[in-house]
Design a protein around this ligand. Sequence first.
Ligand code: GRF
Length: 193
Amino acid sequence: MVQSTGPKKIKCSVFISGTGSNLKSLIEFSIKKNSPISIELIISDNLNAKGLKFGKIFKISNKVFNYKNKLIAEKKIISEIKNKKIELICLAGFMRILSKNFIKKFKGKILNIHPSLLPKYKGLNTHQRAISNSEKYSGCTVHFVNSQLDSGKIILQKKVKINKGETAASLAKKILIQEHKLYPKAISKVFNL
Ligand code: GRF
């Protein structure tokens, strides 16, 4: 068997709840020769998350956790992450708020992508709120996760112009294209590449 001689990659887990287009872009990034990460585990709270298919396509383990009881779900996730020696968690459209305890356990090791120019428009429904406020620009942000929603240290942002007649759907589409480029760039920045 041919052994890889490249530097050791950071073991990463991506958390998703839905489509997983950011997961796909992260997987594509991870399999590039000089990428600092290797994605070892996909975690979801939703059995029907479309993005789970990427686990099958790229042969990455998928684990789905029942969030009826968040405390139990997080306990199981923590043990899974420890088993797999995960060093970096990338939230990518994961629609659950992690507990303070969970965040404390992985302090400085959890990243998130958010579809607005934080600190503006934290939380949900970002595109419609930006349009309703007649913003000229919106965009996306990759940031560290701390115990307050969408408030951790910002790593990178990308501005996107809001055109006349822009709808939440058309803006979401434009921003998502930028998200797919921004998340890998932000990870490279975190690892000084
Ligand atoms: C993205 O817009 C992301 O910023 C937000 O949820 C959406 C997830 O999209 N947190 P996808 O599942 O990666 O396609």
